[in-house]
Unconditional design. Structure first.
Ligand code: PLP
Length: 395
């Protein structure tokens, strides 16, 4: 069978490969505890589930939904942005509900990128920015996120010939995988850069509500002029434990929102309406679940950081996101360290290089592991230090 060159060149998604590896080990009867994907382990709050249950019974919600989503959902999104960030959005032209933000991010590249166009993509990063660029026929120029620059990209190091071909800059703060955060002065510089070089900014902000120690991230749209150059992707997945329901949104520049809406209207048929009603309940109902979840994650974050530090990793506590980004002990590469943990103690952590070459030297651990499993995993990780043979790198 002759598949397209596009699909032949496409590797399976990072977590598909990782899950395969775990399944193989489990099939052999070996226990594997995973700190892999950032997928909240607690259920969706009851008020949201009740709304989903109730609205799923209404036959009006059994039919094709509109691409642009219910006006009441777009209003709930606009109200949420107003309350949370003091950002005013026009529900007709500046808000578009998505089938999870991954869907919108993937499709946005097709709205911006022609053959040989360049996308500026952080390294390490959520893989969808680069993969969708390549699927759209474009080229990726990676912007290393270095620890000594607080994991922010250095925009003034991008060569002129790249800048001439660059159509879009992808950003994501609070950041996956590094847990880094950005403030409004960084976004001010980004907007100046985007205006000077005629580059669209896509800011991906699904972790704005997953925060610790009282930290409150900003929205890209809070920065002056943001709406002239870009959009923000957001999601209900991490804020309301709704990863499985697939609902998110894009907000901001009306030309970009219109382009994405036009693209989507041709290839998908919208978000099931009962899920849209559940999202309205999430955004406008009681918000106490957010603080409750964050308290759990913060406790887990602290336990994980303590054990990793004891193992010889260098780790600082993230202010936000679901991830601990740890520097591996001396002499290990990311892959060697994560393979060693998997082989010696059956604990899976993600090698930083899974998110790009600049992830070398780091591993990522998600705090969405259940408390019972966490206790077990931390005890296994502690035992790694005492039982292992002195490490001999293969190189
Ligand atoms: N953006 C980032 C940075 C993520 O880490 C994730 C999920 O892990 C997503 C987007 C996708 O979220 P959603 O569930 O809304 O598709």
């Amino acid at each position: 069978m002759n598949l397209s060159q596009r699909i032949n060149n496409l590797a399976p998604y990072l977590f598909v490969e990782i899950n395969k590896k775990i399944a193989e080990k489990r099939a052999k009867g070996e226990e594997v505890i995973s700190f892999g994907i950032g997928d909240p382990d607690h259920p969706t709050p009851n008020n949201i589930l009740n709304k989903l249950h109730e609205t799923s019974k209404d036959s009006a919600n059994h039919r094709y939904p509109e691409t642009e989503g219910l006006l009441s959902l777009r209003q709930a999104i606009a109200d949420w942005y107003q309350n949370r960030f003091k950002v005013t959005l026009d529900t007709k032209s500046e808000v578009l509900p998505l089938i999870g933000s991954k869907e919108g991010i993937g499709h946005m590249s097709f709205c911006l990128i022609d053959q040989k166009d360049v996308a500026l993509v952080p390294d390490p990063a959520y893989p969808v920015y680069s993969v969708s660029t390549q699927l759209a026929g474009g080229e990726v120029y990676y912007l290393p996120l270095k620890e000594n620059n607080s994991f922010l990209p250095e925009l003034d190091t991008i060569p002129q010939d790249i800048l001439k071909r660059a159509k879009v800059l992808w950003l994501n703060y609070p950041n996956n995988p590094t847990g880094a955060v950005a403030d409004i002065s960084f976004f001010d510089k980004v907007i100046e850069f985007a205006k000077q070089n005629n580059i669209v900014v896509c800011h991906d902000n699904p972790y704005s509500e997953v925060t610790y120690d009282g930290y409150k991230p900003c929205s890209f749209l809070e920065a002056k002029g943001a709406r002239e150059v870009g959009i923000e992707f957001h999601s209900l997945s991490k804020s309301y434990n709704m990863t499985g329901w697939r609902i998110g949104m894009a907000v901001g520049n009306s030309t970009l929102i219109d382009a994405l809406k036009r693209f989507k209207s041709n290839i998908d048929s919208g978000i099931p309406q009962a899920i849209q009603y559940a999202a309205i309940e999430a955004l406008s109902g009681p918000q106490n679940c957010i603080a409750e979840h964050n308290a759990i994650y913060q406790r887990r974050r602290d336990l994980i950081v303590d054990v990793l530090t004891d193992m010889g990793c260098v780790v600082s506590k993230p202010k936000a996101s679901l991830y601990v980004w740890a520097k591996v002990p001396p002499k290990y590469t990311s892959l060697e360290f994560s393979s060693d943990l998997l082989e010696q103690v059956g604990v899976l952590v993600i090698p930083g290089t899974g998110y790009g070459p600049s992830g070398e030297g780091f591993v990522r651990l998600s705090v969405t592991i259940s408390d019972a499993m966490l206790v077990k995993a931390l005890s296994k990780l502690s035992s790694w230090k005492n039982t292992r043979e002195p490490f001999k790198p293969k190189r």
